[in-house]
Design a protein around this ligand. Structure first.
Ligand SMILES: Nc1ccn([C@H]2C[C@H](O)[C@@H](COP(=O)(O)OP(=O)(O)OP(=O)(O)O)O2)c(=O)n1
Ligand SMILES: Nc1nc2c(ncn2[C@@H]2O[C@H](COP(=O)(O)OP(=O)(O)O)[C@@H](O)[C@H]2O)c(=O)[nH]1
Length: 226
């Protein structure tokens, strides 16, 4: 009997969610769903939820739960034949509860990375805004400094990746993420990884997923979005 695999990945800004999600998508053929990318797509397409979301993001605020769930859940409901990994959602307990009513998760990956490491990584993070591709000038630099490998377009640094902004973002993250972590712990699906290096964490995540995913038939595997 084929079974679809559903996972979420959580962690503070800079913890490596995007980087690890790409590795998981590539190695296990899951679809990587980035909630940040969904938000950006909706803003560009000027959908009702996108227009609303933009008013919050412009002020540096999180998009309210009802807007995020309105934006995300219909997309998930379309993916009835796909195994997926959701990155950046849920961020709050209300989002986790809404997701729980829509589908059963198999695994919640939680990245627990020291503050100093996060600061250092985000200081060197460069982004290709239209695709969401992420680089790090030390860990995975672009081929040409300041230029996206695929499109040749310029890379940018995000204002809120500055160390001063990061401390406030992290404090907020801890407050809202704690109940979500407890929610998944109580369900028995939480897997927490603590280290300063993605390359140390990755083999452990890969081992975990190898034990969970072989039962999934190949027709339930979907290509990555990137
Ligand atoms: N559950 C979510 C997901 C996203 N967003 C909004 C706020 C973010 O500023 C924006 C982009 O989301 P990303 O996850 O791409 O970006 P961040 O910079 O917040 O995340 P990180 O630094 O963890 O990669 O979308 C939100 O409010 N709630
Ligand atoms: N030095 C270093 N940088 C890393 C490591 N893992 C990820 N990065 C970089 O750190 C930044 C944050 O990673 P990202 O995947 O965007 O994290 P997210 O905010 O949780 O999605 C990016 O610039 C990555 O390229 C690592 O092990 N070491």
């Amino acid at each position: 009997m084929s079974k679809l695999f559903r996972a979420v990945i959580m962690g503070p800004p800079g913890s490596g969610k995007g980087t690890i999600s790409e590795r998981i998508a590539h190695s296990f053929g899951l679809k990587h769903l980035s909630s940040g990318d969904f938000v950006r797509e909706n803003i560009s397409a000027k959908t009702e939820a996108g227009v609303l979301a933009k008013t919050y993001i412009k002020k540096g605020l999180l998009v309210p739960d009802h807007v995020m769930t309105r934006l995300l859940l219909p997309r998930l409901e379309e993916m009835t034949k796909c195994s997926w990994l959701l990155d950046g959602f849920p961020r709050t307990l209300a989002q986790a509860e809404a997701l729980n009513s829509a589908c059963d998760l198999d695994v919640a990956i939680n990245l627990n990375i020291p503050l100093e490491t996060l600061k250092e990584r985000l200081r060197h993070r460069w982004i290709h805004p239209s695709s969401g591709r992420v680089y790090n000038m030390c860990f995975n630099p672009p081929r040409v400094q300041g230029i996206d490998d695929i499109t040749g377009e310029p890379l940018i640094q995000q204002e809120d990746d500055r160390p001063e902004a990061l401390v406030a973002r992290l404090r907020h993250y801890k407050d809202v993420a704690k109940p979500v972590i407890d929610f998944y712990k109580a369900k028995g699906i939480l897997y927490t990884y603590s280290d300063t290096e993605t390359d140390q964490i990755w083999p452990n995540i890969s081992t975990l997923l190898s034990t969970k995913i072989p039962t999934i038939q190949s027709d339930a595997r979907c290509a990555s979005t990137h």
